[in-house]
Design a protein around this ligand. Structure first.
Ligand code: 13P
Length: 252
């Protein structure tokens, strides 16, 4: 099966009211008509409405970087999946390494959020990836296996069509150090094999697996040329029109 590439930007806790709209408008005019790859941008919550407006009529979707697993109520500071749908989000990133390692999210919490996001009919970019120490200790397969097995616990085979897995080795995030295409391909193939064990060959063949970690225009084509790399989750290089367009254009 040939899987359509999915290139998404994660702006993390960056941008401003003015620049979020300006950058999104630039992306809409430069990339908005492209149909050959799927594209999305995930701004900070507060800038989502402006970006949704700027992307209206374009092929670029909008996602959030996190959500809570209740619809509403006494959860000060949290944002629900229904609220995200309400303001025009199609996607949500869950299990990002910064949520895991800086904000303390566990596999069990991430699984609860994945379950709720599916009920809310959001499409999920579900992130996994090992720390540098874990890679050095040859624990990469064990770590991503645990993260996927726990994070997708009780998720049905049908629901897998709403899930993209993002492999983001933590040592490559924001460091300028990218996994080599061989390193990425190796883990992506392992992940696809695992999905085959947890589900079946058809689901494994269909699931898209993005690579994330210092993706930029100069390395995107090589990484996305790997057989099991089906897109990218881009941090720093998704903050400007030129870099994000450079990544998208490099695979067209
Ligand atoms: P960088 O592309 O800045 O390394 O960030 C990757 C990432 O964490 C995307 O979610």
């Amino acid at each position: 099966m040939s899987r359509k590439l999915f290139i998404a930007g994660n702006w993390k806790m960056n941008s401003s009211a003015a620049s979020s709209v300006e950058v999104a408008a630039g992306m809409a005019s430069e990339l908005g008509a492209i149909d050959a790859v799927d594209m999305a941008i995930c701004p900070p919550f507060v800038y989502i409405p402006g970006v949704v407006e700027a992307f209206k009529g374009s092929n670029i979707g909008v996602g959030a970087q996190n959500m809570y697993f209740e619809d509403n109520g006494a959860f000060t500071g949290e944002i629900s999946g229904q609220m995200l749908k309400d303001i025009g989000c199609r996607y949500v990133i869950l299990g990002h390494s910064e949520r895991r390692h800086v904000l303390g999210e566990t596999d069990a919490l991430i699984n609860t959020k994945v379950t709720k996001a599916l009920a809310d009919e959001l499409e999920i970019m579900f992130c996994v990836g090992e720390l540098l120490d874990e890679r050095k200790a040859d624990q990469t397969t064990a770590v991503v296996t645990r993260q996927i097995t726990e994070g997708l616990k009780n998720i049905s085979r049908e629901a897998m069509s709403s899930i993209t897995i993002a492999y983001e080795p933590v040592w490559a995030i924001g460091t300028g150090e990218t996994a080599t295409p061989d390193q990425a391909q190796d883990v992506h193939a392992t992940i696809r094999g695992l999905v085959g064990q947890l589900y079946d060959a058809e689901i494994a063949d269909a699931v898209r697996i993005q690579y994330g970690g210092s993706v930029k225009p100069s390395n995107a084509a090589e990484l996305l040329g790997c057989p099991d790399v089906d897109g990218a989750l881009v941090g720093g290089a998704s903050m400007t029109v030129a870099d994000f367009a450079g990544i998208v254009n490099s695979v067209l």
